[in-house]
Design a binder for this molecule. Structure first.
Ligand SMILES: Cc1ncc(COP(=O)(O)O)c(C=O)c1O
Length: 344
């Protein structure tokens, strides 16, 4: 069963709740002597109505396409997504009278699939690793599916400038205001790159180049160099060759990439739950692990802001399931790794 709602405009109702997310300080990170006055803050994107930062992206892509006439009333929205953009689009579609079809990977958590269906989206599973030239590639399936429908719109979040623009006009200015312009470092994990590109660009421009932008990259991703492997941090990383990287990602905005292994990301993720009661998604653990290293190497008094893209409730069957963790060879430690021992 899915919800049935009467159509609303994208600027009223629950969609007016997208953005303006809280910033919370995370203490007890064991920062070494010499940076005791530095602060690490997490921007909690799980308070968006669809539960993730991708509500911002989905809403801005829809509004932009409505304004240009590319998205016509009642047209079907067809997108390939690791889940969160799909949930945002499904929520917006349910509210604005657009049917939604989502192409996603077999690994997408059952919680996200259930949320997609609750909002009435049709879900098609694809091989997420299928190469671009393969007919089984998720984007190829999305293109074919859209071509078969008389009135369809493809947001193409990986190559849509409205994706980084959502963060340039929203996430970036919010962080600037919430820190009274005192943010010194910005950390985000990279999927489509929309978050790091739009937010990072705004903060750099506003601070006249003073804010440093750091991209957190999981094991198995090629964004930070190295060869492609299995990525088990949902929604982030990339295994494609450089010529196929999303155009919504501008690597020139990034000052530094930090590659974090799975063991560390998941240990930090569980630390957040155990010590702070924050049940967040794995890409939040990855971003905070990178932020901790950044804070440990930065001048005392730095203000490091990291993005926490979504809630851990999306991953109860994965990141918070001991069997799944064991299958991924992750052994959780009750202690954070000693930041002095880590290579910064
Ligand atoms: C859980 C999660 N974290 C991080 C990201 C990365 O955000 P972006 O696509 O803006 O790089 C995504 C993207 O879908 C995501 O779903």
């Amino acid at each position: 069963m899915s919800i049935q709602l009467s159509p609303v405009k994208t600027r009223v109702g629950p969609l007016a709740l997208v953005g303006n997310t809280p910033l919370v300080e995370v203490q007890g990170l064991g920062l070494p002597a010499g940076c005791e006055r530095s602060r690490v803050l997490l921007k909690l994107e799980s308070t968006n109505p669809g539960g993730s930062i991708k509500d911002r992206t989905a809403l801005n892509m829809v509004r932009t396409a409505e304004a240009s006439g590319e998205l016509r009333p009642g047209a079907t929205i067809v997108e390939s997504t690791s889940g969160n953009t799909g949930v945002g689009l499904a929520l917006i579609g349910a509210l604005t009278g657009h049917p939604v079809i989502i192409i996603t990977g077999q690994d997408t958590s059952q919680e996200k699939i259930a949320a997609l269906r609750q909002y009435g989206a049709r879900v098609i599973f694809a091989d997420w690793q299928a190469p671009v030239e393969s007919p089984d590639n998720p984007r190829a399936i999305a293109e074919r599916t859209a071509a078969e429908i008389s009135e369809a719109w493809r947001p193409r979040q990986f190559d849509n400038s409205a994706n980084p623009a959502a963060h340039y006009s929203g996430t970036g200015p919010e962080i600037w205001k919430q820190t009274s312009g005192r943010v010194t470092h910005f950390v985000a994990a990279v999927g489509t790159g929309g978050t790091v590109t739009g937010t990072g660009r705004f903060l750099k421009e506003r601070s006249q180049g003073a804010v440093r932008v750091i991209a957190a990259d999981p094991e198995g991703s090629v964004y930070s160099g190295g060869s492609a492997g299995k990525v088990i941090v949902d929604g982030v990383g990339n295994t494609w060759p450089r010529e196929l990287w999303p155009t919504s990602f501008d690597p020139a905005v990034v000052d530094e990439f930090r590659r974090i292994d799975n063991q560390e990301s998941y240990t930090v993720l569980h630390f957040l739950r155990n010590r702070h009661g924050l049940l967040l998604g794995p890409s939040s653990g990855l971003a905070l692990a990178a932020a901790r290293r950044v804070a440990a190497a930065a001048p005392d008094g730095s203000i490091v802001v990291a993005i926490a893209p979504d809630t851990g409730r999306n991953y109860l069957s994965k990141a918070f399931n001991l069997e799944w963790l064991a299958e991924q060879n992750i052994t959780l430690s009750s202690q954070l790794p000693d930041v002095d021992q880590l290579s910064h």
